[in-house]
Design a protein around this ligand. Structure first.
Ligand code: CUO
Length: 650
């Protein structure tokens, strides 16, 4: 990389260093203090946002530093957007950096980190900049109270420490058996980054390609639930049931997690009912009405637009329209009529124990994308929403044999290595969790968590083709048996199929073995680099001790590679492996020969700044009904049983 890029990388890491403390990098502080955004309005493409932000700041009207920021509070969001626009619309790097340095010690840390991160992910001149892992910037959102408490003790004693973190709750709560999934820091980091790459507040005026964003909202969350269900089956738990606005939420939840300032995250006892809220004004009956209107749109195949027209959703792009409508995003065709089903669901769950704000409780875990999946009710809300998407997909015609076939190509066999999962220890750096109010030097303090992993494996797909061709390969895994031990028929199993990989391969006439490694999966990303390693690497590269390769398609979004396989069982648990090959020439979108990577995690994270690379609906061929299994299974598909064995440790 050139020096210019490395300096940018260095500045960003410094800006995100200990965000709760005053900036300690003198040059940045000087820059921030000498810079007056109002005197430089000409340097922004949208001066109005900068003007608003500074005006609010000067009036002391912004969310103060130290307070909790959530995207689900209208005011917090609005202010954050002003800052984002100031950063995103800064005409050049100097203006960007000066604005960020100015904001660093003035704007609420939560708003600052979020706005800066989203700006870095989307600005042309910061493409390829690596952000520190979210769990190092905000350890509070990823580890529980006990760990933070122990970490403070260690710092006071000035002793290096490794604090063991247990999953929340006890074995008397059956839901705890799958807490390793909902509380996995990599999974939470993936989820929060997905929402940074595809924010619901994203405006068309930003001019960045957000191809099939509504469909991705559906598909990524659909896959999260399917994966959660496979983890549940691996632990003898039934699959998740959707929420019901009028019935009690049977399972309570005690997050045992604490904010840096503002107290513990609120808990929810068992069997709580949804409650009406006053601010924001959300009534349970509104949620029911929104659902009814959405279901009516699905049944009729059209949504009502704001201007009173009917807009068809009766085709493959319908899912995208529906995703934008249900989330909802700025692209919702009629926000007033269809409401904000999903976002309000998050808010209703987050405020459920203090609906009137009587006790001034802080936001619940559901009100942050970093913490939402810790609560099992997250998966119940999303299954409820997923069932609406399913209802829509079930209205579309099933795929015909002709559509599914790839003439001249057949899969003869698929071989896969032994599939083994295990738990391992992982240490999180807690440096940023502790403030420096006491003038004590930093000591090494880490939280040690248990996390699921699997042995690396390879598939070999043996293809027979009557010509040279470029094919696209899709690999899925689904459960063989349900919770009752009954074999699941394919037309039902399709809803629990998790995507393992999607990639492009060249085949020549005759037999071709296609080999693919688990580490190459289009679903996942490897462990994120730690802040420490990043800081050192930049330093070394600036001193020409190492090289730094800039990856302009770098993604922070991506399911953790460790979680590619569900846990399975000690005695071995049978699953169904499914492979399908189709014609890449027919499905490719961009006119680049090998554009399937775009950062390596396109399956759940799509692409940034490009068109989505293939034309098939996400989840194809399992997104639609299967009428007749025999007719569905064509020679270019292959189904086989595989076994996943779980070892407690490796
Ligand atoms: Cu990701 Cu509800 O959209 O958490």
């Amino acid at each position: 990389a050139d020096k210019e890029f490395l300096l940018k990388q260095k500045e960003i890491l410094q800006l995100l260093n200990k965000v709760h403390e005053p900036n300690r990098f003198k040059e940045q502080v000087n820059l921030g203090n000498s810079y007056d955004p109002l005197a430089n309005l000409g340097n922004y493409k949208k001066a109005a946002a900068v003007h608003q932000l500074v005006k609010l700041y000067n009036n002391g009207a912004l969310l103060p530093r130290g307070e909790i920021f959530t995207l689900f509070r209208e005011r917090d969001l609005e202010e954050m957007i002003y800052l984002f626009e100031a950063l995103f619309y800064a005409n050049d790097w100097n203006t960007f950096l000066s604005t960020a340095c100015w904001a660093r010690d003035r704007i609420n840390e939560g708003q600052f980190v979020y706005a800066l991160s989203v700006a870095v992910l989307h600005r042309e001149d910061t493409k390829g900049v690596v952000l520190p892992p979210a769990y190092e910037i905000y350890p509070h959102l990823f580890v529980n109270s006990e760990v933070i408490h122990q970490a403070y003790k260690a710092k006071m004693r000035q002793e290096a420490a490794v604090v063991r973190m247990n999953f929340t709750g006890t074995i008397r709560n059956p839901e705890q058996r799958v807490a390793y999934f909902g509380e996995d820091i990599g999974m939470n980091s993936h989820h929060s980054h997905w929402h940074m790459d595809f924010p619901f507040w994203w405006k068309p005026e930003y001019g960045v390609e957000k191809d099939r964003k509504g469909e991705l909202f559906y598909y990524m969350h659909h896959q999260l639930i399917a994966r959660f269900d496979l983890e549940r089956l691996s632990n003898n738990l039934p699959v998740v049931r959707p929420l019901d606005w009028e019935k009690p939420i049977v399972n309570g939840f005690y997050p045992q997690t604490t904010y840096r300032k503002g107290g513990e995250f609120p808990a929810r006892p068992d069997n709580f009912y949804f409650q009406d809220l006053e601010t924001p004004y959300i009534k349970v009956k509104h949620m029911i009405a929104y659902s009814q209107r959405i279901r009516e749109a699905i049944a009729r195949g059209v949504v009502l637009t704001k201007s009173g027209e009917l807009y068809s959703i009766n085709d493959t792009t319908g899912i995208n329209t529906l995703g934008e409508l249900i989330e909802p995003s700025v692209f919702s065709r009629h926000r007033e009529y269809y409401g904000a089903l999903h976002n309000y669901g998050h808010i209703l769950l987050g405020r459920i124990t203090d609906p009137k704000g009587k006790f001034n409780m802080p936001p619940g875990v559901m009100e942050h994308f970093e913490t939402a999946t810790r609560d099992p009710a997250f998966f119940r809300l999303h299954k409820y929403i997923d069932n609406l998407f399913k209802e829509h997909k079930d209205h579309l015609p099933h795929y015909t044999r002709d559509e599914l076939l790839l003439p001249g190509v057949s899969i003869n066999s698929v071989e896969v290595d032994e599939l083994v999962t295990y738990f391992e220890d992982f240490d999180i750096d807690l440096l940023n969790a502790l403030d420096d109010t006491v003038e004590l030097p930093d000591v090494e303090i880490k939280a040690r968590v248990r996390r699921l992993n699997h042995r690396p494996f390879t598939y070999t797909i043996n293809l027979n083709s009557d010509k040279d061709a470029t094919v696209i390969v899709r690999v899925f895994l689904g459960p063989k048996y349900d919770w009752f031990g009954q074999e699941i028929p394919l037309e039902k199993k399709r809803l629990y199929m998790i995507e393992l990989d999607k990639f492009v391969a060249k085949v020549s006439a005759g037999q071709t073995p296609i080999q693919r490694k688990s580490s190459e999966s289009s679903v996942t990303i490897p462990d994120r680099e730690t802040t420490k390693v990043l800081v050192q690497r930049v330093k070394d590269a600036l001193e020409d001790k190492t090289t730094w390769n800039v990856n302009k398609d770098l993604r922070h979004c991506g399911f953790p590679d460790r979680l590619l396989l569900p846990k399975g069982k000690k005695e071995g648990m049978p699953f169904t492996l499914f492979v399908m090959v189709t014609d890449w020439e027919k499905e490719k979108v961009n006119d680049v020969p090998y554009d399937y990577d775009y950062g390596g995690s396109i399956s759940y994270c799509g692409t940034l700044n490009h068109k989505y690379p293939d034309t098939q609906p996400m989840g194809y061929p399992f997104d639609r009904r299967i009428e007749n299994v025999e007719e569905f299974l064509t020679p270019n598909m292959y189904v086989k049983d595989v076994v996943i064995t779980h070892n407690d440790a490796e």
